[in-house]
Design a protein around this ligand. Structure first.
Ligand SMILES: [Zn+2]
Ligand SMILES: [Zn+2]
Ligand SMILES: [Zn+2]
Length: 362
C-alpha cells in the first residue's frame, strides 16, 4: 500500500489512523480520492449527520463534503468517509458486510473491528486493481458480500465462499486461536488479510473465469474444477497436506487440494505481491540487481506505470521479499513471507496477472 502524509502538517500517517499524532487533525480515508486526508467539521449538517471536509493549510477551505461512515459514529470501527452525495450511511467497505457477529457478546466487537481493518486493506487493493469501484453509483456496493459469524453450540462456522458471499469465522480474529489452527494445519502463514484475499479469489473466479469465458484456459493450467470439491478436501486433509513435491507447481500446499483452492491461493499471492511492491515503491526502495551487485534499480509501483509487465514484477518481488524476511529476522521475528515460488507457481501467478490486466481497470 501507498504511504500517506497528513496534508495539513506533512506528518506520515497510516491507513488505519484516525488522528494525526503531530498536528492533532482528525483523519479519514476518502475513497473517491483513494487517499487518507486530514479532515475538519464543515459546519453543515445533512439530516442528523455532521458533514466534514478536507482540512487544508493556508488555502481556501475545500468545497468537498463527506460524512464519516456510520460504523465510525456508532462503534469507532471505521475510518472511511462517505462522499456527501452518496446516500448510503455506510462506507464502500462497511456496506459489503451483511451479517455481523453478535456485538453484545464479549470480545466480538474487538474481533469484528480487526476483521474490518483487514477488509479495508483488501478493498484498497481491489479498487487499485480496478476490480471494485471506490465510488459505486447510488449507494450501491461493488465486490463481494461478507458475513462474519461466530460458532454456536453444534453449529460451527466454516470460512469460505458461496454464491458471491464470503463467510469468515470471527474466531480467526483471535490471535491465539488463529495460531493454534495454523500449527494444527501445518501452515506457514495464516493472517486475517490472507484469509480475505484468498476468499476474494473465489468471488472473482466466478466473475472473471466462469462468467468471463476463461474456463478452458483455466482448466489447462489449474486442472478441472468439476472434480468433487468435498471429496478433494477430505483427501487433502487425510494425506497430511498434499504431495511432497507440491512446490514444483503450487504456491502453497493447500493449493493442491482442488483447482478452486489453487486459484484462490494464487490470487491471494498476487494481491500480496502488488501490495508489498506498492509499499516498497512508496518508501523509494532501491534494490541491487541480482547477478550484478554494482547496479541498483528503484522498485516500481505496480499501480503507477499503467499495466506493469509481469516479469518485471517478479524480478523485483523476489529481492523485496528477501529484504522483508531479513528485516524480520533482524527483529527476532519469523519470515513475513515464508514461501519460495517455483516456475510452475509463477506460471499460475502470471495467469492471474493477465486475467486481472484484461478485466480490471475498466
Ligand atoms: Zn497532521
Ligand atoms: Zn465504514
Ligand atoms: Zn478457498
Amino acid at each position: 500500500m501507498k504511504t500517506f502524509h497528513c496534508q495539513y502538517c506533512g506528518h506520515p500517517i497510516f491507513f488505519e489512523n484516525v488522528g494525526c499524532l503531530k498536528c492533532g487533525s482528525a483523519l479519514a480515508f476518502l475513497p473517491d480520492r483513494m487517499a487518507m486526508s486530514a479532515i475538519e467539521p464543515a459546519g453543515e449538517r445533512q439530516g442528523d449527520r455532521e458533514l466534514v471536509r478536507p482540512r487544508l493549510r493556508g488555502r481556501r477551505p475545500s468545497e468537498a463534503r463527506y460524512r464519516l461512515c456510520l460504523n465510525h459514529d456508532l462503534y469507532q470501527a471505521c475510518n472511511f468517509a462517505v462522499p456527501a452525495n452518496d446516500p448510503n450511511p455506510l462506507c464502500v467497505s462497511c456496506r459489503q458486510t451483511r451479517v455481523l457477529p453478535d456485538l453484545s457478546v464479549a470480545d466480538n466487537q474487538a474481533k469484528w473491528y480487526r476483521i474490518e481493518v483487514a477488509k479495508r486493506r483488501l478493498f484498497y487493493t481491489l479498487a487499485k486493481l480496478g476490480l471494485a469501484s471506490p465510488t459505486p453509483a447510488d449507494g450501491e456496493r461493488d465486490g463481494p458480500v461478507f458475513e462474519f459469524l461466530a460458532d454456536q453450540p453444534g453449529r460451527p462456522v466454516l470460512t469460505g465462499h458461496a454464491n458471491g458471499v464470503i463467510t469468515l469465522n470471527v474466531a480467526e480474529a483471535d490471535d491465539a486461536e488463529r495460531v493454534r489452527r495454523r500449527i494444527e494445519l501445518r501452515e506457514p502463514y495464516r493472517t486475517l488479510l490472507g484469509h480475505l484475499r484468498h476468499e476474494s479469489g473465489h468471488f472473482y473466479w466466478d466473475r472473471l473465469i466462469e462468467a468471463g469465458g476463461r474456463i478452458d484456459s483455466f482448466r489447462e493450467l489449474f486442472g478441472d474444477e468439476r472434480e468433487d470439491y468435498g471429496e478433494a478436501l477430505k483427501r487433502h486433509y487425510a494425506s497430511g497436506g498434499g504431495p511432497p513435491d507440491w512446490q514444483a507447481r503450487f504456491v502453497s500446499a493447500y493449493a493442491t487440494a482442488h483447482p478452486w483452492e489453487d486459484w484462490a491461493e494464487t490470487w491471494a499471492h498476487y494481491l500480496h505481491m502488488v501490495d508489498l511492491l506498492e509499499s516498497a515503491a512508496s518508501y523509494n526502495t532501491w534494490l541491487a540487481v541480482p547477478g550484478n551487485e554494482e547496479e541498483v534499480e528503484e522498485v516500481v509501483n505496480p499501480f503507477e506505470t499503467g499495466t506493469p509487465d509481469f516479469d518485471s514484477l517478479v524480478e523485483q518481488w523476489i529481492p523485496v521479499t528477501l529484504l522483508v524476511n531479513s528485516l524480520n529476522r533482524s527483529l527476532g521475528q519469523d519470515d513475513a513471507y515464508p514461501f519460495a515460488l517455483s516456475a510452475g507457481a509463477l506460471a499460475k501467478l502470471r495467469y492471474v496477472h493477465d486475467t486481472i490486466a484484461a478485466c480490471g481497470a475498466g
